[in-house]
Design a protein around this ligand. Structure first.
Ligand code: 5GP
Ligand code: MG
Length: 495
């Protein structure tokens, strides 16, 4: 039976969904964990609100007191957690997660933290990253009798831990992580079987290449892990340090954190995701030892040095993600920074009828140009990245319709020519405009007078000291990559 209305065109709907401003690249995940206070889950809840930019599809918290408490749901942190469920999340150890997933229907079963009974006690896990060999590992585990409850890569780690045969949890986590490849900043909370009341232990782990950030903070007598330091600012926690690549930090109630290496064979170089600086992380966070704001502003300055624009009146940004780079560009070039677009922050995930007529509403709901400020002007338009080019094209049309004379588009990152395998939901190569078209072809497609991207050298120079993963720009992926099937219509494997 046809499930769609008569005039419903599936292909068009798929095309339209690609055009949504919310479906280009997607944010990955954010994690937060607290131990050592009866308010653990409340603090995690607050922490998650600051990490909302890293994932808006689902949110969840697990906490341990005598019992195990878990609440997860679809949507934003503020929608998922109400007073009535927050009050049930008792205990002095809690972890939480915000997530973006690639498939809609199965999403709630994939909401994290995942929770499972293991020989070492009840174990909850929250993951930011992507296990690149998850499919292989899952197949093997299924062949040996594992029954999976979700379709996430994260569940693989639970099975590997449960089956490890090791004497204790720490050894089991090490043995499990030795079998997976890819990116992971993980938080575990475990309720040990033999402790009075089943108190929790909190564990933070970062993969040996350190793709995704993970920081450790202190709040009075309690300890906090978070994806980004902006969570500490809200909680009033002091930032102690980053969890080092390949480090496992174990925190038991009332004790100081213990640190263990994940492996005896640590790689010589890290591979911090450079896209965190360009787009993902919040500018008020400090990651990989650098202020995101400072680096993003430097990206703008560098772009102005590399790709100046002649005879323009002002610099405008596509809010919010490129505002800081645009400020840097304006500063370096001596041009005024102007607000060109107002962005609505209240749109969220909205149903729009998939018809031709409704098509343009998607971007227009989110951005509106300030016509009075733009008419008759030649502008530099800064964006942090171009993915499929669909949003940029519409923004350009809106600017031209608002009377802009000339648009000189400048992008504060190099062309994205390949997918991310480490936790960012980038489209496949055939959907990445820079993998398919030359810069001049992209310029024409967007309808701008000139188009320039940041150079790779400029990007690395602006990101200062550090060894970075630049795979989506350079094609140099720092780990082995098992053959990956097409992302569309597949099970969700990213986080
Ligand atoms: P495009 O013009 O390629 O359709 O979209 C480019 C826009 O997508 C840029 O404004 C950039 O800030 C934004 N973008 C880049 N990465 C992500 C992401 O992971 N999630 C979302 N929602 N937008 C992204
Ligand atoms: Mg943007």
């Amino acid at each position: 039976m046809n499930r769609y209305p008569k005039d419903f065109k599936l292909n068009e709907a798929i095309e339209l969904s690609k055009e949504s401003p919310f479906s280009d690249l997607h944010e990955e995940c954010g994690v937060c964990g607290v131990i050592g206070t009866d308010e653990a889950a409340h603090l995690v809840y607050l922490g998650l609100t600051t990490l909302q930019h890293r994932g808006q599809e689902s949110a969840g918290i697990v906490s341990f007191d005598g019992r195990t408490n878990r609440h997860v749901g679809m949507g934003l942190v503020a929608d998922v957690f109400r007073k009535e469920n927050l009050v049930t999340l008792n205990g002095n150890c809690a972890i939480g997660h915000v997530r973006y997933s690639t498939t809609g229907s199965s999403s709630i079963i994939n909401a994290q933290p995942l929770l499972a009974g293991t020989p070492y006690g009840e174990l909850a896990v929250a993951h930011n990253g992507n296990f690149t060999n998850a499919q292989e590992m899952r197949k093997k585990l299924e062949q040996s009798g594992s029954i999976f409850q979700t379709t996430t890569d994260t569940e693989v780690i639970m099975h590997l831990i449960a089956k490890s045969g090791e004497k204790n949890l720490i050894a089991a986590i090490r043995s499990a992580l030795a079998k997976v490849e890819g990116a992971y900043s993980l938080l575990f909370a475990v309720k040990s079987k033999n402790k009075h009341g089943g108190e929790g232990t909190l564990i933070g782990v970062r993969d040996p290449l350190g793709f995704r950030p993970l920081v450790l903070g202190k709040l009075n007598k309690s300890w906090v892990f978070a994806s980004e330091t902006c969570a500490f600012d809200l909680l009033g926690a002091s930032s102690v340090r980053e969890v080092a690549p390949g480090e496992m930090v174990i925190i038991e109630k009332g004790k100081e954190p213990r640190s263990l290496p994940l492996t005896d064979r640590m790689p010589k170089k890290s591979a911090f995701c450079i896209f965190e600086f360009i787009y993902f992380a919040r500018p008020d966070s400090k990651i990989y030892g650098h202020s995101v704001y400072e680096i993003r502003r430097e990206l703008g300055r560098q772009l102005a040095r590399e790709a100046p624009a002649q005879q323009v009146d002002c610099v405008i940004a596509v809010p919010d993600s490129s505002v800081v780079a645009a400020i840097g560009y304006a500063e370096e070039s001596g041009l005024p920074f102007e607000v060109g677009f107002i962005r609505s922050h209240y749109v969220g995930r909205t149903f729009i009828e998939p018809s031709q007529h409704m098509r343009d509403f998607r971007v227009k709901m989110k951005y509106n140009p300030i016509k009075e400020n733009l008419a008759g002007k030649s502008i530099v338009l800064i964006d942090d990245s171009i993915v499929r080019g669909t949003t940029s094209r519409k923004l350009v049309r809106m600017l031209l319709a608002a009377g802009v004379k000339e648009i000189h588009m400048r992008i504060s990152s190099p062309p994205i020519t390949g997918p991310c395998h480490y936790g960012i939901d980038t489209p496949n190569k055939d959907e990445l405009i820079a993998a398919q078209k030359s810069i001049n072809e992209i310029r024409k497609y967007l309808g701008v007078t000139t188009l320039r991207y940041m150079s790779m050298e400029g990007l690395l120079k602006s990101a200062k000291s550090g060894n970075y993963c630049t795979g989506c720009f350079s094609g140099n992926y720092p780990t082995r990559l098992p053959a990956r099937k097409g992302a569309k219509g597949e099970i969700a494997l990213k986080c």
